[in-house]
Structure formats: structure tokens, C-alpha cells
Design a protein around this ligand. Structure first.
Ligand SMILES: *Cc1c(COP(=O)(O)O)cnc(C)c1O
Length: 376
């Protein structure tokens, strides 16, 4: 058989040809290999510096006995726990291998090459990926101007204006990653009340638990009245279980039924199900994480003020900071000092870096290193 050049790209599904893969934060192990550094601080992926609840870890250890068995494909116990936690019916919940998996289920269930999704500029990178993989068209709405009180944040009027007859899905991150900006309940609700019936609105609330703003809504409580609303949450952020991959959606049961049709039968493994169920019960751990995040975020803001660096308003566990120069240069200089943060030029914010709130010690290392880079 002859070896010949095969143009696999031309064989790929049309939407996949132009896809650029998601760029994750640089793993610690990679920096260790490349630079031979021993001490590394990773503040690049909005992971919880306090880790999961000890109750979740105990549940994991217990669950290890059962690894020969397939997980419960219906996630009965976790759905029951989530339903009771949120005061909703279990039939409204769809479990995902991370909430990214749920976003993909939405794309697979509702988008085709004849349809469009709408999301904002500077929004979470998974929305274009999910859209393009289905061959659907991504309509990107202009974000708020820099002069807005939520600079670079979602502009609901622009999003509404981008909705057309072919639009099936709108993705809204609240708060948004990487900006940290958020939307208040009143404007979000009036947006939803005016969205045409043929459009599903996904509100991605990965950072819900961190928000400390009286105007911020609990949209899960709206699902009963707004049938085209899909709210997604995750155990990857404040619950500290990013490595296990577990998230979920709350929606109208008919929407959940459609999401479940395209879901792989065992998308959420048994360890993740057990750990998430236990993590949900440990409200004291979540309070500690929240407290630590507030303190850490405040510390970072004070440090940025001293360095004369501007940052975007944030209600998450991260700060998006304007370096006043090419962000990737500062990123590279920090890497050499063993600090990993996140460049966001692929989000259209080339001067910014996104910094996750770490432990007190990690925050101080970041501040020290950044001060050297900025002043030196
Ligand atoms: C981190 C993040 C998620 C979470 O993804 P998982 O798949 O649940 O780990 C979802 N949406 C946004 C906006 C995020 O920043």
C-alpha cells in the first residue's frame, strides 16, 4: 500500500475544519518539565485553592470499592440530592461530565448547520466550540464599551439584537469568564421575558456560589416560569472537584429529556456522582471557601492598586487585570518565576491576564513576582 498525503481536514465535518481547540491553563507538571522549577504556583484555571470538602473525599474513598460496576446512568441519588437542594423536580436536572458537557448536549440537541447561536464578545470560549462543532453559525454580540460600569461585559441589548429567525441557543455566562463581570436579575429577567419562544437561553452560572451582590438572581427559581431557560452549574469551582468532571443543568423537564437523548449513557462516573452528592451537604466548607475567596480577591485588588494596574469588576474567584502592555510578555516573565496565570488574548483581551485567587501564600508569591516583573 502506498503512503500518500491524505487531507484529513477536507474530510472533517465543515464546522470542525476551522475549530481551534480550547486552550487550557498550563499544567504545573509541564512548567516543571520545561523550566526545571521545583516550586510552582498555578493560578490559571479558576480552581479552588482549598480543594474539595473532606466529606467528598471520604465518599470517594468509599466509592472506590465499586469501580468494577458501571455508574448509575440516571444519576438517581445525585439528582435527588440536587433536586432537594434547589427545591426543583429531579426531572428538571441533566447531569454532565463537567458543565461543559452539558453545554455540548445543548448544542447537539438544538443546533444544526441551519441554525445560529448567539453569545457575547469576550464570553467563555466553550460557546464557539460547541456551536462550531455542530456546523451552526456563531453570532457574536458586541460587548459593553470600556466606559461602561461593566467594561467588556455582556450587553443584553446587543445580544437581543443579534437574535434572528435561525437562532436556537443564546449562551450567557453570569458571571462571565474571563472578565468576571455580571448581570443583575431585573435586566436578565426582562431579557428572558422578551426572547422569542424558539430560542433557548443558557445561563452558565459556574461562579454562582461566589457572587456577593444583592442584585444577582437565583435563576434556578425561574425555571418553572421560563420554559426556554437552561441554567448550568458546576462542581469544578467552589466545590473543588474540577478533576472529577461533574456539572449539571436545570431546565424544563421536556428540555432535560432532549438533552438526555444525546447524552452518553454513562457520561458521569460513579466517583464523581458520590463526591458531588457529599460535597453538596458540606455547607460549612463552602462558607470557608467563600470567605477565603473574598479575602484573597480583596488582597489581589489592593496589590493591583499599588502597582497602578487596572482590573475589571469581578464576582468570581479570579481577577482580570490590565497589564498596560502585552499580557503574554508578563505571562512569560511570570512563568520564569514559577507562576502560572492565564493569558486571555484568545478572548480578545491581549493586554489582560486572568489571575485566579489562590491560598494566602500563593497570592503573596504572585504579588511578589508580578511586582518584580512590573517594576523591574
Ligand atoms: C470553569 C467554567 C465552567 C466549568 O466547566 P466544567 O466543565 O464544569 O469544569 C463553565 N463555564 C464557565 C464560564 C467557566 O468559567
Amino acid at each position: 500500500m502506498s503512503v500518500h498525503q491524505c487531507d484529513f481536514v477536507s474530510l472533517a465535518a465543515p464546522g470542525v475544519r476551522t475549530l481551534k481547540p480550547y486552550q487550557p491553563g498550563k499544567p504545573e507538571s509541564e512548567l516543571r518539565r520545561e523550566y526545571g522549577l521545583s516550586q510552582i504556583v498555578k493560578l490559571a484555571s479558576n480552581e479552588s485553592p482549598l480543594g474539595p470538602s473532606p466529606m467528598a473525599v471520604a465518599a470517594l474513598q468509599n466509592q472506590i470499592q465499586g469501580l468494577a460496576r458501571y455508574p448509575d446512568g440516571n444519576g438517581h441519588d445525585l439528582k435527588a440530592a440536587l433536586a432537594s437542594f434547589h427545591g426543583v423536580r429531579p426531572s428538571t436536572i441533566t447531569l454532565g461530565n463537567g458543565s461543559n458537557d452539558v453545554l455540548e448536549l445543548v448544542g447537539r440537541a438544538f443546533l444544526t448547520p441551519d441554525h445560529e447561536s448567539v453569545f457575547s464578545e469576550h464570553a467563555f470560549a466553550v460557546y464557539p466550540l460547541v456551536t462550531m462543532a455542530t456546523g451552526a453559525v456563531a453570532r457574536v454580540a458586541t460587548a459593553n464599551p470600556v466606559s461602561h460600569k461593566m467594561p467588556y461585559g455582556h450587553d443584553l441589548a446587543a445580544i437581543a439584537a443579534s437574535i434572528g429567525g435561525r437562532t436556537r441557543v443564546v449562551f450567557i455566562a453570569n458571571p462571565n469568564n474571563p472578565t468576571g463581570t455580571w448581570l443583575a436579575g431585573d435586566v436578565l429577567r426582562s431579557f428572558l421575558d422578551n426572547v422569542p419562544d424558539h430560542v433557548l437561553v443558557v445561563i452558565d452560572e459556574a461562579y454562582f456560589e461566589y457572587v456577593n451582590d444583592t442584585g444577582y438572581p437565583n435563576t434556578v427559581s425561574w425555571v418553572e416560569q421560563v420554559p426556554n431557560l437552561i441554567v448550568t452549574r458546576t462542581f469544578s469551582k467552589i466545590y473543588g472537584l474540577a478533576g472529577l468532571r461533574i456539572g449539571y443543568a436545570v431546565s424544563h423537564p421536556d428540555v432535560a429529556d432532549l438533552l438526555n437523548r444525546v447524552r452518553q449513557p454513562f457520561n458521569v462516573n460513579s466517583l464523581a456522582q458520590a463526591a458531588a452528592e457529599a460535597a453538596l451537604q458540606d455547607t460549612a466548607h463552602i462558607r470557608r471557601c467563600l470567605e477565603a475567596n473574598r479575602t484573597g480577591l480583596h488582597r489581589l485588588r489592593v496589590a493591583m492598586d499599588l502597582l497602578d494596574l487596572r482590573y475589571l469588576p469581578s464576582q468570581g474567584n479570579f481577577l482580570c487585570v490590565d497589564m498596560g502592555r502585552q499580557g503574554s510578555d508578563v505571562y512569560a516573565a511570570l512563568l520564569e518565576k514559577g507562576i502560572i496565570v492565564r493569558p486571555v488574548d484568545n478572548y480578545g483581551l491581549p493586554q489582560f491576564l486572568r489571575i485566579t485567587v489562590g491560598t494566602e501564600w500563593e497570592n503573596e508569591r504572585l504579588i511578589e513576582a508580578l511586582t518584580e516583573v512590573i517594576k523591574g
